[in-house]
Design a protein around this ligand. Structure first.
Ligand code: ACO
Length: 348
């Protein structure tokens, strides 16, 4: 069995910065409300036409590939995590393969929302371990802004999310005890609909029963009436307090699971990179685990919640800032829609 290591890492965020004050131009909100509830000060929004989930991923991937001292043509598998693909289908993996001029390698799209990158990393890790692939590109990228509603009715959602991408190249390593030590994946679909976007979906009608006018049953659930579109039927839905309650239980649980697998304790963590869901969630988890400020990395203040991109962006920023050194024990942890949650323990 081989062990895999992160050989290169990169991230990309769009140039356009939107502060909380900027959002007040579109909806009834305030800098004070947003900062108090989420810790977010600003976020990036992709160029409406020139940038997509795939183009941002490519920018991050180029950096990761260069830092891994390899080339796009040497990549032998792609795992692409996103909830905001360029098309409903096909997925972004094949678009990235095409645009980067890669060989006819396998491309897998992962749809696990905020846990998407950690799931993708775990999938790639298994392929490296078995020796099937030697150079896997793992990407998390999101262009949330294209589907966000900037009216007051959606303010609990639209102030939280931002756009961006992060990528890593996984390779086998000979260094004993180094690289990805383990990954831990979980899901519980009991509350699948409390953080969800029902359309376009084959079962979406069920969740529209209290929101007439109903979609045309003859045509099937994929077709919305103009009235429904205008009433916000195609927008994402979130029960924020319910998400908060579940997240603060599952984050610590999956971090402790990773630590106990290797008989480590919280104090052994050099840096925890939590999915940047909400600064309040991160603070709660930090306190519960008894971690110091220098053991946790947060950048949600600058980028908002970038879902599948948040962990690789934060990991890369932390690494570039010198917060991750050779031999450090790094823990990645994520929780999101599904619900799904996951962790990865890495000896850098
Ligand atoms: N600006 C001003 N007021 C707002 C805004 C806003 N952007 N959004 C909601 N409000 C108002 C509501 O209308 C409501 O007003 P009312 O009392 O007059 O009806 C009031 O604030 C409270 O609304 P809640 O939805 O109950 O807001 P809450 O205090 O729970 O905060 C939040 C919302 C920040 C989303 C919180 O529930 C939370 O942190 N949840 C965790 C979920 C999360 O972080 N999700 C991130 C994405 S999912 C993930 O990554 C796992």
């Amino acid at each position: 069995m081989y062990q895999s290591k992160i050989a290169g890492i990169g991230y990309y965020v769009p140039k356009n910065v939107y502060t909380n004050h900027d959002l007040t131009r579109f909806m009834d909100t305030s800098d004070e409300w947003i900062q108090e509830r989420t810790g977010i000060q600003e976020r990036r929004f992709a160029d409406r036409y020139a940038e997509t989930t795939t183009t941002m991923a490519i920018e991050a991937a180029k950096i990761a590939i260069e830092r891994a001292k390899t080339t796009a043509q040497d990549i032998d598998f792609i795992v692409f995590a996103t909830l905001s693909p360029d098309y409903y289908f096909p997925g972004c993996g094949v678009l990235l393969q095409r645009e980067m001029g890669m060989h006819e390698i396998g491309a897998l799209d992962v749809r696990n929302q905020c846990s998407g990158f950690v799931y993708a990393l775990s999938v790639a890790d298994q392929f490296i371990k078995t020796g099937m692939y030697k150079n896997i590109l793992v990407v998390g990228s999101e262009k949330h802004s294209f589907a966000m509603d900037f009216e007051t009715r959606s303010r609990n959602m639209s102030v939280i999310f931002g756009d961006g991408a992060g990528a890593v190249v996984l390779q086998p390593t000979q260094e004993k005890g180094k690289g990805i030590l383990s990954t831990h994946l979980h899901s519980d679909g009991a509350d699948a609909e409390i953080l969800a976007m029902y359309y376009p979906g084959a079962h979406a009608n069920k969740w529209m029963k209290d929101k007439p006018p109903f979609p045309d049953q003859e045509l099937g659930g994929l077709f919305l009436t103009t009235e429904q579109l205008e009433s916000g039927a195609a927008l994402p839905y979130m029960d924020g307090p319910a998400v908060f309650k579940k997240a603060i239980v599952k984050f610590p649980e999956v971090i402790k699971e990773a630590l106990s697998t290797h008989s480590f304790t919280e104090q052994d963590i050099d840096l925890l990179i939590p999915h940047q869901a909400n600064f309040r969630i991160s603070q709660y988890v930090q306190k519960l685990l008894g971690l110091d400020d220098n053991q946790v990395f947060n950048n949600i203040q600058k980028y908002g919640n970038t879902t599948a991109a948040s962990v690789p962006i934060a990991l890369c920023e932390a690494w570039e800032a010198g917060r991750i050194k050779d031999g450090n024990l790094i823990c990645l942890a994520a929780f999101g829609s599904g619900f799904t949650w996951a962790s990865a323990l890495i000896r850098w």
